[in-house]
Design a protein around this ligand. Structure first.
Ligand code: SAH
Ligand code: SF4
Ligand code: F3S
Length: 431
């Protein structure tokens, strides 16, 4: 039986795409290689969002070339966001790669695996759903992005917004539930844009409602939110529907209006804060995460200070921060100057990382002495790990609980996780 190995970089969308490819390869009789060094087909699912992500793929490609030079025989496929419409340049730089495939363009890889072309007009066997890999699963609901933020490569690589029909999404969730999945995360670059391009009048709240009725699923999550697309109806649905977790990932990117304008984000700081206020009014304990880019073209000290001030005002649970990385092909690359020195970017990154550690420590400390509900995701060496509804990572002693909802009494916290014991577990309590 031929074997494959998929190495995935980048975001949840890539993870979902890789599981779909794995599922398709399984269907045609391939199997995942237990040892990546011995696979007949090595697939790298790439990310282009920053130079660092591309460099990791390049490093791996050079290693694979060396393996080939040592006489090992296997095929190499590169898929994902590093692959644009034209591959001439990539082919010149990496002539040892056998197959290039754009994001969600599975055909070339299936062809390399010996399958005739996919006849489903690019959707790659719509009934081939992502392979479940535990009690949680990602479900892409809207592909691509229509926003064109000036710094961002994603729309150039993933194309325009395309929503999957609601019936198909719900069918996939039912399939996942039947295979042991308890929590689904609905994915889109701007997930609240779900349905805008469909005639059926469905929106993200329609999907939430549909999932409420699916037995086996106990939690629904969604990301990434885009403030302009977050309607009251969607926020109210999160507040009202028991399975939907009160956990929002809403990238703000900057806390300064002039910078937001140069990024072409399409909202002001006040508009962003208005959405956060509405969420907190409806769900005072909602957990909030955001993304920030520091050192975008022209970012002044004052603009950066406004970002810090916004982060201090809102007190996010999680802040993902990155230094600006110019991406060839984007508006920012062509028309704006990458003029913030590397050391300044690094310093700003550091300021936000410190702020994040402080704020998430403070938030996690609030859980001390309390019980939290955890969906157990995995176990190792006698310990289990899962997440709260708000997305906090929780570790506790105990096994045999993967896929279950349990209550954990928290007795220790760090900035990044909670530690505790199963509530009501007297044996553990006396240790
Ligand atoms: N759709 C989401 C996220 C897309 S990309 C949104 O609207 O925000 C994921 C994250 O990568 C972004 O939130 C941003 O913080 C970061 N990112 C995107 N392009 C970048 C670039 N050129 N340099 C540095 N970080 C970038
Ligand atoms: Fe990129 Fe902006 Fe689209 Fe997010 S909304 S994927 S940052 S273009
Ligand atoms: Fe995701 Fe990276 Fe593509 S963040 S959408 S894999 S560029």
């Amino acid at each position: 039986m031929p074997t494959y190995h998929i190495w995935t970089l980048g975001c949840q969308m890539n993870v979902a795409d890789s599981l779909k490819l794995a599922s398709g390869l399984d269907r045609i009789g391939w199997s995942e290689s237990p040892d990546e060094g011995s696979a007949d087909l090595f697939v790298i699912n790439t990310c282009s969002v920053r130079q660092h992500a591309e460099d990791r793929a390049y490093g791996r490609l050079h290693q694979l070339r060396q393996q080939r030079q040592r006489g090992e025989q296997f095929q190499i496929a590169v898929m994902g966001c590093m692959v644009g419409p034209k591959t001439d340049d990539l082919q010149r730089r990496f002539p040892w790669v056998d197959v290039w495939a754009r994001p969600q363009e599975y055909d070339p890889i299936l062809t390399a695996a010996g399958v005739a072309r996919d006849a489903s007009e690019g959707e790659f066997w719509t009934e081939t759903y992502g392979r479940p890999s535990g009690p949680t699963a990602y479900v892409p609901v809207v592909h691509g992005c229509d926003k064109f933020c000036t710094y961002c490569i994603v729309p150039l690589r993933r194309g325009r917004e395309r929503s999957r029909p609601a019936a198909e999404v719900l069918d996939e969730v039912r399939y996942l539930a039947a295979h042991g999945v308890r929590e689904v995360t609905l994915l889109g670059q701007t997930v609240e844009a779900y349905g805008h391009d469909l005639d059926e009048g469905a929106d993200l709240a329609t999907l939430f409602e549909g999932i409420e009725a699916i037995d086996g699923i106990v939690r629904t999550r969604f990301l990434t939110s885009y403030p302009k697309d977050m309607t009251d109806r969607i926020i109210d649905a999160v507040a009202d529907l028991p399975k939907v977790c009160e956990h929002f990932n809403i990238p703000v990117q900057s806390g300064d209006d002039a910078m937001l304008e140069r990024m072409r984000r399409g909202y002001t700081v006040a508009e962003y804060e208005e959405r956060v206020e509405y969420i907190r009014k409806q769900m005072p304990h909602a957990s909030l995460a955001t993304d920030i880019i520091v050192g975008c073209p022209g970012e002044t000290d004052e603009e950066f200070a406004n970002t810090v001030a916004l982060l201090e005002r809102i007190e996010f649970d999680v802040i993902h921060v990155a230094a600006y990385s110019p991406r060839p092909g984007t508006f920012a690359y062509r028309k704006q100057v990458d003029d913030v020195p590397r050391e300044v970017k690094r310093e700003r990154l550091h300021v936000i990382e410190e702020l994040h550690a402080r704020s998430s420590s403070a938030i996690n400390r609030q859980a001390l002495g309390r019980q939290v509900e955890v969906l157990v995701e995995r176990e190792q060496d006698g310990r289990s790990t899962g997440r709260t509804r708000g997305g906090q990572l929780v570790h506790f002693a105990g096994t045999g609980l993967v896929g279950q909802l349990v209550d954990v009494a928290v007795d220790e916290v760090t900035a990044w996780s909670l530690h505790g014991r199963l509530a009501g577990d007297l044996t553990l309590a006396v240790i």
